[in-house]
Ligand binder design. Structure first.
Ligand SMILES: NC(=O)c1ccc[n+]([C@@H]2O[C@H](COP(=O)([O-])OP(=O)(O)OC[C@H]3O[C@@H](n4cnc5c(N)ncnc54)[C@H](O)[C@@H]3O)[C@@H](O)[C@H]2O)c1
Length: 317
């Protein structure tokens, strides 16, 4: 059935792909974004954009008043781990925004929310691959805001019958067909692309003495298109759930650099620096629950993610 979906953060990297895919499937899309990082052009002309901040209940309410919303996909938020430790007040707004959104959902009778959570809720892994029963002990304030938002959603599900699906993303990468270039690159693949296109001199790999196969950190990269497929499947889930989204295939930083070299056909300038405090050696998702509850499986490889990001950056450099 075609629905009206409110997409918060729909002008950002991941949210804009959701907007595009929902529209392609015939849904009506309403976007709320304060454009603090998002770009209006990513929303496209077919979605209705409200430039509004989630921390202002009044600004946000307009989107609910004007449209009969069936479900919410909640991507809006600040996401830089290091900044969250230096400026917790800013990151507390992630929680305020979620509460405002839930209050309006309760007021307007909207019963379904899909939430962008993060592997950062787990903290230092006690084992890999990490399943959803792994202890949640965030090591940074960003991760705490994600976990707190999950807990608040759980309460609102009890108090207001709002069902929620918290999707805990691992490392999202690749381009979703909108030629996205990160205006403030903090994730590894956009940083590699900045080195490839000369915006940065070198890639500094932080630590080469981790207890991994080549000494560099291992992460689980998930393609943004696969990620949004899971969100769309989650719209149909009839109960609340917390679900990891990752591929279960760990890739080291060095392997990522080597794979990029192979895709683009030229070497990438690399330097080694000290470890970054708080970086675990390995983070890898168990995706059994996503497979079971959503009938989802990732389709794209790391090579696909690198190729699509490379094409996107090539267009604008
Ligand atoms: N990118 C990843 O690897 C990753 C991993 C785990 C979780 N996440 C989560 O996924 C979500 C989307 O991430 P992204 O990579 O697209 O980030 P992004 O910064 O590109 O997009 C976030 C969007 O939210 C908007 N926004 C922020 N605060 C807002 C507010 N108070 N009111 C209205 N709009 C606001 C920004 O303008 C931006 O368009 C975030 O919640 C992030 O924490 C991302």
């Amino acid at each position: 059935m075609k629905k009206t979906i409110l997409v918060t953060g729909g002008a950002g990297y991941i949210g804009s792909v959701a907007v595009k895919m929902l529209i392609a499937q015939g849904h009506k899309v309403v976007v709320v974004d304060n454009l603090s990082k998002g770009l209006q052009k990513l929303v496209g002309k077919k979605a209705k954009l409200y430039k509004a901040d989630l921390t202002s209940q009044d600004q946000l309410e307009k989107a609910f008043k004007d449209n009969k919303i069936d479900a919410v996909m909640h991507f809006a938020g600040y996401k830089a781990v290091e900044e969250s430790m230096q400026n917790p007040a800013k990151y507390s707004l992630n929680i305020t925004g979620t509460i405002n959104l839930l209050n309006l959902m309760a007021k307007y009778g909207v019963k379904k929310i899909i939430y962008s959570s993060s592997a950062a809720v787990y903290g230092e892994p006690k084992y890999n691959p990490i399943d959803e029963s792994h202890p949640t002990e965030p090591m940074n304030y960003y991760g705490f805001t994600k976990l707190e938002s999950e807990r608040i959603m759980e309460w609102y599900s009890k108090l207001h019958g709002i069902s929620y699906v918290a999707l805990r993303y691992f490392n999202v990468a690749g381009d979703g067909g909108l030629s996205y270039v990160d205006p403030d690159a903090k994730n590894i693949l956009p940083i590699i692309m900045e080195v490839v296109f000369g915006k940065r001199e070198t890639l500094v790999i932080m630590g080469k003495d981790y207890p991994t196969r080549d000494g560099t950190c291992i992460r689980d990269y998930i393609d943004v298109n696969d990620l949004i497929d899971a969100h769309i499947l989650a719209l149909r889930l009839e109960k609340s759930a917390i679900i990891n989204l990752g591929t279960s295939n760990g890739v080291s930083v060095k392997e990522l650099v080597d794979a990029t070299t192979n895709v683009i056909g030229k070497p990438i300038k690399v330097e080694y620096g000290p470890r970054r405090p708080g970086d675990p050696a390995e983070l890898c998702a168990s995706n059994d629950r996503a497979k079971k509850l959503l009938g989802w499986a990732p389709k794209k490889t790391v090579k696909d993610m690198i190729s699509s990001a490379y094409k996107a950056y090539k267009k604008s450099f």
